[in-house]
Design a protein around this ligand. Structure first.
Ligand code: HGY
Ligand code: MN
Ligand code: MN
Ligand code: MN
Length: 391
């Protein structure tokens, strides 16, 4: 049977720990091949869409389809469950439905979205954003990874034509309902399986501080325009601004050129900010940005701020959630601070998320975990959900 163990050695990151599996890199391409083989072995008809997402159809593709699935990519040094659990559970749910003798009366497919984490090209949910038109294909194609490889070139190397990417009404038009199973990424779930009620508003901003590169030994402190100083104050401003349940995280700072004995000429700082609604998120970012500009001025540095991605609060379809909860005999619903492809699709089609308990409450780190029994309960819940929706 298909299991997370099948891919446990694919994309292990010896330096960071955990897994580093990123959109269209050689690791994710290996995972995609594994998925195609597993789906094909089940007689599912795998059809990539023009944005690089994979759709494995049980029967002929058709309108009002019931879709499940998730992503295979990870954050750098990520856990084993975030993404792949939803893909493996979907394949196992198909197996279980067949054991039950179920024949869907609606089209049914398992989908794998590309670059959900934005771990390589910097924008989360890139495949689902492209499909729904939430990002312009030209902007997506121009995104670059840390080595300067563009998403367009990476997509082309994977066999996709960037010129054909963009809103895909054909693919989106087939989706009747979407249900994503995912490992829970906080500590909110105290029973094996739950439903998502909402997703925080969240976005990513890039702050580029520019000063004057110079020699670490030959330059007096008072003669410097060191961009690392306002960058450091931004990190502290993010902590100060994140009150009342808001989150503001700086997980990535890249000084240029990055030498130990070199005063950086510029520093890029990425902010991930989230809150319960749009206004609060914007308020938090405005407060951080104001502090960043003041800090840049104090150090004689320039500052350029770019909003790289943003998504407003997502409230999942309560009718669909209620129908699924009823089919499962009643499961709790809880908000999530993590973004998902389901959050992108929710703006277009009735969407739900099933969560599997994570006893560590840790995610986006090697310690991310879910008990085998809870994963199995998730598969049964997903199979029962699909049976209810596609009967
Ligand atoms: O960043 C997120 O919340 C998601 O895991 N991409
Ligand atoms: Mn994630
Ligand atoms: Mn995820
Ligand atoms: Mn020297």
């Amino acid at each position: 049977m298909t299991d997370l163990a099948d891919i446990a050695d694919v994309g292990r990151d010896a330096r960071r720990g955990g897994y580093s599996r990123h959109g269209f890199d050689h690791v994710e391409l290996e995972l995609r091949e594994w998925f195609v083989a597993e789906a094909t072995r089940r007689g599912l008809d795998v059809r990539p869409d023009r944005n690089g997402n994979l759709w494995a159809w049980w029967g002929a593709p058709g309108p009002d389809a019931v879709i499940t699935g998730s992503h295979l990519d990870s954050v750098p040094g990520g856990g084993a469950f975030d993404g792949p659990l939803g893909v493996v559970a979907a394949l196992q749910a198909v197996d279980l439905l067949r054991v039950r003798g179920f024949q869907p009366s609606r089209p049914l497919a398992v989908v794998v979205f590309v670059e959900e984490e934005g771990g390589r090209f910097g924008v989360a949910c890139l495949g689902s954003r492209l499909m729904t038109g939430a990002i312009a294909p030209e902007k997506a194609a121009a995104l670059t990874d840390p080595d300067g490889v563009s998403f367009g070139d990476a997509a082309r190397a994977a066999g996709f034509d960037p010129a054909r990417m963009g809103r895909d009404d054909e693919a989106l038009g087939l989706v009747g309902q979407f249900v994503e199973l995912h490992v829970e990424q906080g500590r909110g779930l105290t029973v094996p399986v739950g439903l998502a009620s909402s997703i925080l508003a969240h976005g990513r901003w890039r702050y580029t501080f520019t000063g004057e590169g110079n020699h670490a030994g030959a330059t007096l402190v008072e003669d410097r325009r060191d961009p690392m100083l306002p960058a450091s104050r931004l990190v502290l401003a993010a902590r100060a601004a994140a009150t009342g349940g808001a989150r503001a995280t700086v997980g990535r700072i890249v000084p240029n050129p990055g030498g130990t004995n070199v005063i950086a000429s510029s520093v890029d700082v990425w902010l991930d900010a989230r809150a319960g609604d749009d206004a609060r998120t914007r308020e938090v970012v405005a407060q951080i940005t104001e502090a960043a500009h003041a800090a840049a001025g104090d150090e004689g540095c320039e500052l350029r701020v770019t909003e790289e991605s943003y998504g407003d609060t997502v409230y999942f379809d309560t009718g669909l959630a209620a129908e699924i909860s009823a089919a499962l005999g009643g499961v709790p619903a809880l908000p999530t601070g993590a973004g998902h492809d389901a959050g992108i699709l929710a703006a277009h089609v009735p969407t739900a998320m099933l969560f599997v308990r994570n006893p560590t409450g840790i995610s986006h780190a090697p310690e991310e975990f879910a008990e085998a029994d809870d994963c199995a309960a998730g598969v049964v819940a997903l199979a029962t959900t699909l049976e209810r929706l596609a009967r």
